[in-house]
Design a protein around this ligand. Structure first.
Ligand SMILES: *Cc1c(COP(=O)(O)O)cnc(C)c1O
Length: 375
């Protein structure tokens, strides 16, 4: 069916755009020999895993459930990192993971024997304390007091006997100049240990598939580390894999007027695009412009009881009518993975768009999905 015929709300994954991103990421792997993993926390529509796994080496997980999903649906390598691993889950995690990355020396020592018995590749996350994100502390693992990673002062070289790799993840939607400056600090602090390792994982946050991304500098950074230290480099982007590769389709249910005309949509910021409120950011909208730029300005809001459930003010060339569909763009990443059913809001359907623009409904949700999480 055509995108206009899908039920609303629906997330639609654009396979053509996804493929273009995957080709770019694969070209980095092909040029350098590095391995690229899908960070599932950003995007885990597993109907697309057969496609993604034909380009990338594996997945990374934030916990047991994502690791299981990667193992079951993607194949390839399964990597996992979490601030702490529970005794009740560690055996199952070790049975399905190829790499496990610990966040602290205490966690490493606690689970070490089991890891050695399982034959899993063991890594430790380091914190180079080099902030490159300005004052965006919510997404900065190098922020003052951050719980992420072992600092140079805390690092105990005795651990090297067991460690196969080190992992740093300090970027968010950043270009390779910030990777290069981070890498310089990482090498200065931890470079002396790299010769004893098998791999170094550069984490995520590399906005590789963004138009202005400097891929040559990423390639040079990877090649530098692999050549000087003889290690395998991994990167594990989430965003970059499905950047600009999805839509959220919503319908205008009503228009209310109170100083400004507000569109009541069947999609919600707080339920279906929480990063709009958390980051915060303004999602691109097809045929939508800055407030006041075109003749007709509206506030785009939701069918919930939260006053602040507002996506933003947008203007249009033509008046919007009840029953119109609106298409939010760049809705593949950090969207449906964060969904909730606050207010009893339905979960949007999941659909796939092929290269000809034809759409296929993959999954719909109903009352049982709402009730099933309650008791
Ligand atoms: C979030 C995260 C990623 C992916 O980050 P993106 O910004 O989506 O590329 C990779 N690794 C770790 C450890 C993360 O926490």
């Amino acid at each position: 069916m055509k995108i206009e015929q899908l039920p609303t709300p629906s997330y639609v994954i654009d396979q053509k755009a996804l493929k273009q991103n995957l080709q770019i990421l694969k070209s980095v792997a092909d040029r350098t020999g590095c391995k690229v993993l899908l960070a599932q926390k950003a995007f885990s529509m597993f109907a697309t895993y057969p496609l993604i796994s034909s380009y990338l080496s594996g997945t990374t997980a934030s916990g047991l459930y994502e690791a299981k999903l990667g193992r079951e649906e993607f194949g390839g390598e399964v990597h996992i990192f979490a601030p702490a691993f529970k005794d009740s889950e560690i055996d199952e995690i070790l049975a399905i993971s190829d790499h496990i990355v610990f966040n602290s020396g205490r966690q490493l020592e606690k689970h070490l024997d089991k890891c050695l018995r399982a034959g899993v590749s063991i890594g430790l996350r380091i914190n180079p304390q080099h902030s490159t994100q300005g004052d965006h502390a919510l997404y900065d693992p190098c922020a003052e007091g951050s719980r992420f990673g072992v600092t140079k002062d805390q690092f105990n070289p005795d651990w090297l006997e067991y460690l196969d790799g080190l992992h740093f993840h300090t970027l968010c939607e950043q270009n390779s100049d910030d990777l290069a400056s981070t890498l310089a600090v990482v090498e200065e602090q931890f470079g002396e240990y790299f010769h004893q390792l098998k791999w170094v994982n550069f984490g995520g946050g590399h906005h590789v598939t963004r138009e202005d991304y400097d891929i040559d500098l990423l390639v040079a950074s990877i090649e530098h580390v692999q050549k000087i230290y003889g290690v395998q480099v991994y990167i594990e982007p989430g965003e970059a894999i499905a950047l600009n590769a999805g839509y959220l389709v919503t319908e205008v249910l009503d228009i209310v007027e109170n100083g400004i005309e507000t569109l009541v949509l069947d999609a919600s910021a707080t339920c279906h695009m929480p990063d709009v409120l958390e980051m915060p950011y303004r999602p691109p909208l097809q045929n939508g412009f800055e407030a006041g730029e075109k003749a007709y300005t509206y506030r785009l809001s939701s069918n919930t009881c939260l006053t602040g459930d507002v996506i933003g003010d947008y203007s249009f060339e033509k008046p919007v009518a009840i029953g119109d569909k609106l298409y939010f763009e760049d809705m593949a990443i950090y969207s449906f993975v964060k969904n909730n059913t606050f207010n009893g809001m339905p979960l949007p359907s999941l659909a796939l768009m092929d290269e000809t623009g034809d759409c296929q409904l993959i999954k719909t949700f109903g009352y049982e999905d709402f009730k099933g999480r309650l008791s």
